[in-house]
Design a protein around this ligand. Structure first.
Ligand code: BGC
Length: 758
C-alpha cells in the first residue's frame, strides 16, 4: 500500500492545493512524477452518466443501464436487491473507467413538490438509510466508490445554491441526518458530497460542525468530502470547514487562493495536508480496481426490469388485475409508446436499451387484440380530439389501459414542482375514458406523488410505475399480466392535496431562508399526529394475494435499552398465488419528556411466501429504535417506560401490537437549575428525592391555610396543578416568611445535594 504521508511530504504546496480542486469537471489532478493517478468520478445515482468528453459538463455520455430512479428503488424495500443493483452499477463503472459513482442521494422528501424527489429515497430516515447502505455496499463491494449526497438538508430546488435551511438541532438529528449517519456507519462510502445550500446560516461547503464535528469525528467518516458541482464560495473557508475536494475544475484562482492563504499564515498547512491525505487515500484505493472491459447489457437490462417490477406499487385494484380473459384491450396514452424512464438534470443516463410498454404488452398478450391511441400530447396543451379518439377505442374494447406520464419537464433538478397535478388534458382523458369504460386501469409514470381525487373513484385499478428505468415497460407488462405479483410499497405518503402537506406553509421560503417549521413532523409522522386522511399512506401497496399476521411475541415484558428487543410475528400467505409481503415495524412511545411522533418506522422485512405458506419474521430493535435526540443533553436518550411495538402492512394498517417496558440504563447529568419548575424537579429522579421533604412541608403548610373539609386530597391536587409549572425558586420566594433561610440559598442547597448524587 502506498505510503500517503511520505507522498504528501514530497508534494509541493502548489501540487497539494491543485489536488484539492478538480483538474477537469470529472477528474482530480494526476501527479506523474510521484505516480499519483487521477480519480475519475461520474453521475449517478441510478446509472452511470459518464461523459464522452470529460472536459465538458453536460454533453453526450456513454450508454449505460438506466435503472429505475430512487422513488422506485425505495418502494422495493429490498436491501439485497439494491446491493445487487450496486454490483451492476460498479461493473459498468469499471467497464467505463469510472472510480467513483456520484450517488446515492438520501435527502428527506420534506415536501412532495421537491424537484429532485425522484432522485431521493424516502420521507423516512430509517428506510432511506438502510436502503442507501445496501446500495453503497453493493457498489463498493466491487471496488468502486460511492458518493453519498447531498449533505445536508438539501430538500428543495428553489434558491438551491444559496437558501439557508433553518432547522432546530433535534429535527436535524432525528430527521435530516440519520439516513446519512446510517449509510456512513454501515457502508462507509468513499466520499460524501456536500449540499449547495446553507444550513442555519452557513454554507454546507464550509460547515465545520457538519463536515468535521459530526461527519468525520462523531460518525468516523474516513473518505473525502467533495463539493457539489459549484457549491464552493470561498475555497479557504471551505478547507477550514472540512471540504476536501472542490468540483468541478479546473479553477486556477482557487488553487492560487489556497497557496496564498498558506503562505500568509491564514490557512494552517496541516488542514490542507489532511484534505490531501483523504483524497489520496481514495485515489489509491480506487487504483486497486483495474478498469476496462465491458459489461453485460442484457443481464443488466433484465436486472433493471426486475427492480422496476419489485418497486412498482399497486395502489388500487378492484379485482380487475391481473389481466385475464380479455379479447380486446385499448392501450391509451403516449407513454405506452414513448416511455418516461427518468427525470431531468445531472442524473440523466443514456440508456443502452429501452423497453416500450406497448411492445412488451403485445409480446405477452397472445391472441388479445391491442389498439392504441396517444390520448394526450407531450406538453400541457389541450387536444379534445385526442380524448374523443381514446374514448371511442375504450368503448370498443373490453378494457382500457391508460399510460399516464407526467410531462418530462415537470420533474427535474434545478426547480421544484408547483403542484401535484397531472396535466389538464390527462385528467380530462382519465375521466372521459373511465366514464366510457368502467374497466379502466391507470398506469402512472412520475417520480413523486400526484393528486388523484378528481378521477380515482372512477377507475378500476391504479399502478404506480414510477420513473421506471429503461426496462420498466417490460416490468409493467409483467405486473399487469401477473407474471410478477406486485409487492412494492410506498416509501412516501401520497397526500390528498398539496395544502395538506407538512411543509406547506413554510414552503419554499424566500429571501434566502426556508424555515422547517414542521420540525420532526414530516411525512407520516405529520399525518399521524394530525389524524389527517391521506390518499395513500406510507407503506401502502397491494398484492394479488393476501397476508395475515399472527402470534406476535416478545422475549420478555421488559428489556434494557442497550440490549434492544426482538419482535417476532408469523406471516401467512392466505391467497391463491405466491407473493411477497413487506412487514413494517413501528415504535410508539407511550409517554416521553419531549413530544414525539405517534409512531416511527424502526424495522422492516420483505418475505416471500408461497400460497398457504407461513414464515416467522423476527426484527431486532436496538437502542436507537427507542431513543430520541434531546437538545438539552445534546445526545440520544432513552426514558424508562412503556413502548408499543406495532407490526403492520402499512403506516395505517397495523396488524398487531405488543407493549414492552424499556429500562433506560443512561445515567444522564442533572439538568436542574435555578429556573427549573416544580414539574422538572419532580420528573427528575434525584430531584424528587431531594425535594420531597421540602415538598411535604409545603403541602402541610398549605393544608393549614386551607383547613376544614377542604383539607383533602383535592385541595392538594389544586395546589399542585397551580404550582407545577412555576420555578421552584418562585414558589419558595412566595413563602419566604415561613422559610428558615432565603429561598435562593435553599434552592442552591437543594441543587448541591442533587449534584452530589451524580
Ligand atoms: C448535482 C449533483 C451532481 C453534480 C455533478 C450537481 O448539479 O447537484 O447531484 O452529482 O451536479 O453532475
Amino acid at each position: 500500500m502506498t505510503n500517503i504521508q511520505s507522498l504528501i511530504a514530497q508534494l509541493t504546496l502548489e501540487e497539494k492545493a491543485a489536488l484539492c480542486t478538480g483538474a477537469t469537471p470529472w477528474t482530480t489532478l494526476p501527479v506523474d512524477r510521484l505516480d499519483i493517478p487521477p480519480l475519475v468520478v461520474s453521475d449517478g445515482p441510478h446509472g452511470v452518466r459518464f461523459q464522452k468528453d470529460i472536459h465538458t459538463l453536460n454533453t453526450e455520455s456513454y450508454p449505460a443501464t438506466c435503472f429505475p430512479t430512487a422513488s422506485c428503488l425505495a418502494s422495493t424495500w429490498d436491501v439485497d436487491l439494491l446491493r445487487e443493483m450496486g454490483h451492476a452499477l460498479a461493473e459498468e463503472c469499471i467497464a467505463l473507467g469510472v472510480d467513483v459513482l456520484l450517488g446515492p442521494g438520501v435527502n428527506m422528501k420534506r415536501s412532495p413538490l421537491g424537484g429532485r424527489n425522484f432522485e431521493y429515497l424516502s420521507e423516512d430516515p430509517y428506510l432511506a438509510g438502510e436502503l442507501a447502505a445496501g446500495l453503497i455496499d453493493g457498489i463498493q463491494g466491487k471496488g468502486v466508490g460511492a458518493s453519498l449526497k447531498h449533505f445536508a438538508a438539501n430538500n428543495q430546488e428553489f434558491q438551491r445554491f444559496s437558501i439557508s435551511a433553518e432547522l432546530d438541532e433535534r429535527t436535524l438529528r432525528e430527521i435530516y441526518l440519520p439516513a446519512f449517519e446510517t449509510a456512513v456507519k454501515k457502508a462507509k462510502p468513499w466520499t460524501v458530497m456536500c449540499a449547495y445550500n446553507k444550513l442555519n446560516g452557513a454554507y454546507c461547503s464550509e460547515h465545520h460542525e457538519m463536515l468535521v464535528d459530526i461527519l468525520k469525528e462523531e460518525w468516523g467518516f474516513e473518505g473525502f468530502v467533495v463539493s457539489d458541482w459549484g457549491a464552493v464560495h470561498d475555497r479557504v473557508a471551505s478547507l477550514k470547514g472540512g471540504l476536501d475536494l472542490e468540483m468541478p475544475g479546473p479553477r486556477e484562482h482557487r488553487v492560487k487562493a489556497v497557496v496564498e492563504a498558506v503562505r500568509a499564515g491564514k490557512l494552517d498547512e496541516a488542514v490542507l495536508d489532511e484534505a490531501v491525505r483523504r483524497i489520496l487515500y481514495i485515489v489509491f484505493r480506487a487504483w486497486q480496481t483495474p478498469k476496462g472491459g465491458s459489461f453485460d447489457i442484457q443481464t443488466h437490462h433484465r436486472l433493471a426490469q426486475k427492480i422496476a417490477a419489485e418497486g412498482m406499487v399497486l395502489l388500487k385494484n378492484d379485482g380487475i388485475l391481473p389481466l385475464q380473459g380479455h379479447r380486446r384491450i385499448a392501450v391509451i396514452g403516449r407513454a405506452a409508446k414513448k416511455p418516461h424512464i427518468q427525470g431531468g438534470g445531472s442524473s440523466q443516463v443514456n440508456p443502452t436499451l429501452v423497453a416500450t410498454p406497448f411492445d412488451e404488452l403485445q409480446s405477452r398478450a397472445g391472441g388479445v387484440e391491442l389498439t392504441y391511441a396517444p390520448g394526450y400530447p407531450a406538453d400541457e396543451s389541450i387536444h379534445q380530439g385526442l380524448i374523443d379518439e381514446a374514448v371511442v377505442q375504450a368503448q370498443a374494447a373490453d378494457l382500457a389501459l391508460l399510460y399516464i406520464a407526467l410531462p418530462a419537464d415537470k420533474e427535474s433538478e434545478g426547480y421544484d414542482r408547483t403542484d401535484l397535478d397531472l396535466t389538464g388534458q390527462q385528467t380530462a382523458l382519465i375521466q372521459a375514458v373511465a366514464k366510457a369504460q368502467p374497466k379502466t386501469i391507470v398506469i402512472l409514470n412520475n417520480g413523486a406523488p400526484v393528486a388523484m381525487s378528481a378521477w380515482i373513484d372512477g377507475v378500476a385499478a391504479v399502478l404506480e410505475a414510477w420513473m421506471m428505468g429503461q426496462a420498466g415497460g417490460a416490468a409493467i407488462a409483467d405486473v399487469l399480466f401477473g407474471a410478477v405479483n406486485p409487492s412494492g410499497k410506498l416509501a412516501e405518503t401520497f397526500p390528498i392535496k398539496v395544502s395538506d402537506t407538512p411543509a406547506h406553509i413554510n414552503w419554499p421560503g424566500g429571501d434566502g431562508v426556508v424555515r422547517y417549521g414542521e420540525g420532526i413532523f414530516i411525512g407520516y409522522r405529520y399525518y399521524d399526529a394530525k389524524e389527517m386522511p391521506v390518499l395513500f399512506p406510507f407503506g401502502h401497496g397491494l398484492s394479488y394475494t393476501t397476508f395475515t399476521y399472527s402470534n406476535p411475541r416478545l422475549p420478555a415484558a421488559a428489556f434494557d435499552d442497550v440490549d434492544g428487543v426482538t419482535i417476532t410475528v408469523d406471516v401467512t400467505n392466505t391467497g391463491s398465488v405466491a407473493g411477497k409481503e413487506i412487514v413494517q415495524v413501528y415504535v410508539s412511545d407511550q409517554k416521553s419528556g419531549l413530544a414525539r411522533p405517534p409512531k416511527e418506522l424502526k424495522g422492516f422485512s420483505k418475505v416471500e411466501l408461497q400460497q398457504g405458506e407461513t414464515k416467522t419474521v423476527s426484527i431486532h430493535l436496538d437502542f436507537r429504535a427507542f431513543a430520541y435526540y434531546h437538545p438539552g443533553y445534546q445526545r440520544w436518550i432513552t426514558e424508562t417506560g412503556d413502548f408499543d411495538i406495532l407490526v403492520g402492512a402499512s403506516a395505517t394498517d397495523i396488524r398487531c401490537r405488543q407493549t414492552v417496558k424499556l429500562r433506560s440504563t443512561l445515567n444522564l447529568p442533572c439538568r436542574l437549575n435555578k429556573e427549573s419548575t416544580m414539574r422538572e424537579w419532580l420528573d427528575d429522579p434525584r430531584g424528587v428525592s431531594v425535594l420531597m421533604p421540602v415538598f411535604q412541608l409545603m403541602l402541610a403548610q398549605s393544608n393549614q391555610v386551607f383547613s376544614g373539609d377542604a383539607h383533602s386530597e383535592s385541595a392538594n391536587r389544586d395546589l399542585l396543578s397551580l404550582i407545577l409549572d412555576m420555578p421552584l425558586l418562585s414558589i419558595l420566594s412566595f413563602q419566604q416568611s415561613t422559610l428558615p433561610m432565603p429561598a435562593e440559598e435553599m434552592v442552591d442547597g437543594l441543587l448541591e445535594q442533587v449534584r452530589s448524587m451524580e
